[in-house]
Design a protein around this ligand. Structure first.
Ligand SMILES: Nc1ncnc2c1ncn2[C@@H]1O[C@H](COP(=O)(O)OP(=O)(O)O)[C@@H](O)[C@H]1O
Ligand SMILES: O=C(CO)[C@H](O)[C@H](O)COP(=O)(O)O
Length: 555
């Protein structure tokens, strides 16, 4: 039988990658990563060098195009696959990663007249500078009894589309005015490939408050935020919203040339990175919590019922797999906390020791931290280095490390940071189970489970549950490739549904992580302390974190 392929393109926080997958069995034939040359723009604008404010995080759209240009042709070249045998393309992206466009679909930051205004740039998912707008939106939505609010755990996040747009209107009304449309980067990149302006229902649902039955928030609500935004839904957020797995269009002649593929190749509508990973773990039925663990962690669940739970970021009908309610919760920093620690807080002698041992600093710290028992260091941390997404939904919270003494070692701190992220995940699991959504099994995917065994064991011990691991190292890209195969359809050698694609293309590793009962018992005790700290610092017991932020922002 002739082999058929699909390409998944995963746009992460620091880099993008293409993965060429065999449709019959999910074999990952070739992969290529392109690191974004502008990275995450957090301090100053490229070109003008203009300084950015606290909590800003921007990106350059040219970096996304570079991934299409370099990584796609590279996977075809290394795999020696004929372009005619690639039947589908799917993309997944971080979200809400959004940008203002002019009427030709060009990002405003690429135009000379707007380039020096920070608000013309792509706002990355972790741009947290719209917290004031999110707070105000929450107050207004609550006061008006808006029906959308309970679907989002009672709180809209500063990471999402409407707070980000409102921040633009408040701080740069000329950019709001100049924007013909605001678009998720996932939809923009699909538009670059196909020429079709189609929004995906996943990002619209989780990040722009859109609902299959009710649409976007009402004109009355948007007007109550600012009269200038009254018509936002039908103007700057206009366009078809299509379900996951739909074909957005065929690859254009121009982009086919750029990417080394055939014109007309089916391109699926975009998807969110974490959500694409769910079917790539083989999860298409309720009761299985998928942890997409990388820079951040997203927690995804399927259920046949809709419940509204405090701290669960969103429930969207058909949001992950058609026919089921998809739930998302998350931690805004996990790998990012370890990256901060390794890059900015680890002493030189450890870097030296790691170099001498021929391993990375992460590996050195993992090796040393593995020698400790739970509780042995006397440390505990709150994992809020990038605010708290679930269950408190508050970007103004910050990290905390408690219990340091003159004997404290860097590897003990590293272990405490890992444990803190595991406690945060346990809070999320409890938020699901307390609201009546059963969590029967845990699945882990993303970069971290592949790289850090200690971390996975700590998660099993802290949650008291066995954890299954996705076999794919590129789970998001695999998920995207699966949706690409669905967009192509079975007649072209693809699949007719994501459930069919998952049955053939998703694999799990044989090895799982099982809790150690003795360690789990100590972690139960430590978790009580974590919960107490969460209530003190996150639920109004102490205003210290808020005050520190206030003083910092005032400068
Ligand atoms: N050995 C390791 N242990 C723990 N974290 C690691 C290790 N190696 C890299 N990381 C973290 O992994 C994160 C990147 O995860 P990855 O899944 O590759 O990316 P993304 O989430 O952006 O798609 C970084 O934040 C980095 O700090
Ligand atoms: O909020 C998201 C998904 O809903 C972001 O896309 C995600 O948290 C960032 O992903 P990553 O950690 O893989 O860079």
């Amino acid at each position: 039988m002739k082999r058929r392929y699909s390409i998944g393109i995963d746009f992460g926080t620091e880099s993008g990658r293409a993965l060429l997958v065999d449709l019959t069995n999910g074999e990952e034939v070739a992969t290529h990563v392109t690191v974004y040359s502008h990275g995450v723009i957090g301090e100053k604008l490229p070109g003008s060098g203009q300084k950015l404010g606290t909590d800003w995080a921007l990106q350059h759209p040219g970096d996304y195009m570079e991934v299409l240009r370099r990584s796609v042709s590279e996977v075809l070249r290394t795999a020696s696959v004929n372009m005619e045998d690639v039947v589908g393309i799917g993309v997944d992206f971080t979200a809400c990663t959004m940008m203002p466009l002019d009427s030709t679909g060009t990002p405003l930051c690429l135009k000379a007249e707007w380039r020096e205004d920070p608000h013309s740039w792509v706002k990355l998912w972790k741009h947290h500078a719209a917290q004031t707008e999110a707070n105000r939106m929450n107050e207004i939505a609550k006061a008006r009894g808006e029906t959308f609010l309970p679907r989002y755990g009672g709180k809209v996040s500063s990471e999402w589309m409407i707070p980000k747009i409102w921040q633009i209107l408040n701080e740069a009304p000329h950019i709001y005015e100049a924007a013909d449309m605001f678009m998720e980067a996932a939809d923009w990149i699909v538009m670059q490939m196909t020429g079709e302006q189609i929004r995906n229902s996943c990002a619209a649902g989780y990040k722009a408050l859109w609902n299959k039955r009710e649409g976007y928030p009402s004109r009355g609500f948007l007007q109550s935020l600012d009269p200038a935004m009254a018509d936002l839904a039908e103007t700057k957020l206009r366009g078809t919203i299509a379900p996951l797995g739909s074909k957005a269009g065929g690859l254009s002649w121009e982009m086919a040339g750029v990417m080394g593929l055939c014109p007309g190749t089916a391109v699926a509508v975009g998807n969110i990175d974490a959500h694409a990973m769910v079917p790539a773990c083989g999860v298409v039925t309720p009761g299985k919590l998928v942890m997409a663990m990388g820079t951040s962690t997203c927690h995804l669940m399927l259920s046949d019922k809709e419940v509204h739970a405090e701290g669960i970021s969103g429930v969207v009908e058909d949001g992950i797999v058609a026919g089921l309610y998809g739930y998302e919760a998350g931690q805004a920093a996990v790998g990012d906390i370890f990256a901060w620690y390794v890059d900015h807080a680890v002493p030189a002698y450890i870097k030296q020791a790691a170099t001498e041992a021929g391993i990375t600093v992460y590996e050195w710290l993992e090796r040393e931290a593995s020698a400790y028992l739970p509780g042995q260091s006397g440390l505990i941390a709150l994992d809020w280095w990038n605010g708290n997404r679930s269950v408190l939904a508050d970007a103004d919270l910050s990290g905390l490390l408690l219990g340091c003494t003159l004997q404290t070692k860097p590897e003990e701190i590293y272990r405490a940071l890992i444990e803190a992220t595991a406690f945060g995940t346990r809070k999320i699991i409890e938020a699901f189970t307390d609201s009546g959504i059963d969590v029967d099994e845990l699945y882990a995917c993303g970069g971290l489970p592949q790289r850090n065994r200690l971390l996975m064991q700590i998660y099993a011990d802290v949650t008291g549950r066995e954890i299954k691991i996705a076999d794919s190292v590129q789970t998001a890209a695999l998920g995207a490739a699966m949706f690409g195969a669905v967009a192509a359809g079975s007649e072209e050698g693809g699949y007719d549904s994501i459930v069919d694609a998952a049955a053939k293309m998703a694999q799990l590793r044989k090895e799982t992580f099982k809790p150690n009962p003795a360690h789990a018992a100590i972690y139960d005790e430590l978790y009580k302390q974590y919960s107490e700290l969460q209530d003190i610092f996150g639920r109004g017991g102490s205003q210290v974190m808020k005050k520190l932020k206030e003083i910092k922002v005032k400068g």
